[in-house]
Design a protein around this ligand. Structure first.
Ligand code: HEC
Ligand code: HEC
Length: 299
């Protein structure tokens, strides 16, 4: 499926094999296709209203547009919903890295499902619920013959999340898109931004690799309430440290930072210019700032 954005960019999503008709006559042949259906089915939450896709919204590169999303029963979370794109198989999950990487099974999916504020669903209730959906039951038994229904549910969502993680930006090849192709002037500015990102501005020291994250933890001096990484390691030096996020589809994933405190990319940049804790302080004139912003907007 293709999610077309407001300009020349489009997000090419995993292939859809089925109608998302919530299990009534669903027919799917692969686990990730089944995972995609579950991803947007709110019935597997304690109030029956919240699905993964309520917060990880495909049209916003699987992030949300509010600083802090609301989960079941309108409960407010504590952190900004991150994009699911660019999460490579080995990266520790969540802002504090408290969950093992996708490579190691479905723990991340279970964590998301059971989190009190998200879907508040435990594996026992999940198993009971799944038994009531005859089609889901049949498909899960076929795809995961040696697993419980709940385990199959989690594993299929994991396969879908892994596919989402590898979504890459492609040019929409349709004709209406041709006017969106960047002119040389714009391309030059973006290139200057890239040079700054890798050089003078020093962003590359933490934002590197295929999705521009080193998977490590830093305190950018944003917040004093959330312990961040320290909640996992119990080390005082980790207080206020959060995982470097992937920089993908940035135009769509506002607001930014673990607490959603930066509304725009310019706000993010101003934070680095004013001094961003362990990331230090950068100094750029206004032409350079515009170039760096153009580069970030092009990601
Ligand atoms: C109420 C909103 C909400 C819902 C519903 C929700 N999530 Fe999330 N998700 C978040 C937030 C917020 C975080 C970051 C939490 C943290 O770091 O403590 C997150 C983090 C994640 C991560 C780790 C991302 C990263 O960058 O490390 C994955 C994977 C994930 N969610 C998958 C899911 C799946 C699968 C579902 C459905 C079973 C789901 N989420 C439901 C809000 C939500
Ligand atoms: C010392 C490592 C480090 C350096 C250097 C660094 N960053 Fe970051 N970046 C991070 C961390 C960690 C976060 C998340 C901080 C938080 O939310 O508490 C982040 C967050 C961001 C975000 C928000 C992304 C989102 O999804 O919320 C953007 C955009 C960003 N950085 C761009 C840059 C740019 C541009 C530079 C260079 C001027 C830069 N970073 C330099 C570590 C770094």
């Amino acid at each position: 499926m293709i999610f077309t954005s407001c300009d020349d960019q489009s997000i090419e999503g995993p292939k859809s094999y089925s109608k998302q008709d919530h299990g009534e006559s669903v027919f799917v042949s692969s686990s990730s296709a089944l995972g995609q259906v579950f991803f947007s089915d709110p019935r597997f939450s304690s109030d029956g209203r919240v699905a993964c896709s309520s917060c990880h919204r495909a049209e916003f590169a699987f992030a949300d547009t509010t600083a802090i999303s609301r989960g079941v029963w309108g409960r407010q979370g504590i952190r900004n919903t991150p994009t699911l794109v660019g999460l490579h198989d080995d990266i520790l999950l969540m802002w504090d890295g408290g969950v093992t990487p996708l490579r190691h099974g479905s723990q991340g999916i279970l964590a998301a499902l059971t989190a009190h504020r998200d879907q508040d669903m435990n594996p026992i209730d999940l198993e009971k619920k799944l038994r009531h959906f005859i089609n889901y039951k049949l498909i899960l038994n076929r795809l995961y013959p040696r697993h419980s229904l709940a385990a199959g549910y989690l594993l299929s969502i994991r396969e879908y999340v892994r596919e989402v993680a590898t979504i890459s930006k492609t040019r929409d090849r349709s004709a209406k898109n041709s006017n969106g192709i960047k002119n040389n002037f714009q391309k030059n500015i973006i290139n200057q931004g890239l040079v700054l990102f890798q050089g003078k501005a020093g962003c590359i020291s933490c934002h590197h690799g295929p999705s521009l994250t080193d998977g490590r933890f830093y305190n950018l001096g944003l917040d004093s309430v959330d312990p961040g990484r320290a909640a996992i390691t119990l080390l005082e030096e980790d207080r206020g440290r959060f995982r470097t996020p992937p920089l993908v589809f940035l135009k769509k994933t506002a607001p930014y930072f673990h607490n959603g405190s930066a509304q725009t990319l310019n706000n993010v940049l101003q934070h680095y210019i004013n001094g961003a804790g362990e990331a230090g302080q950068i100094s750029l004139n206004s032409t350079e700032q515009n170039a760096l912003l153009a580069y970030l907007n092009s990601l």
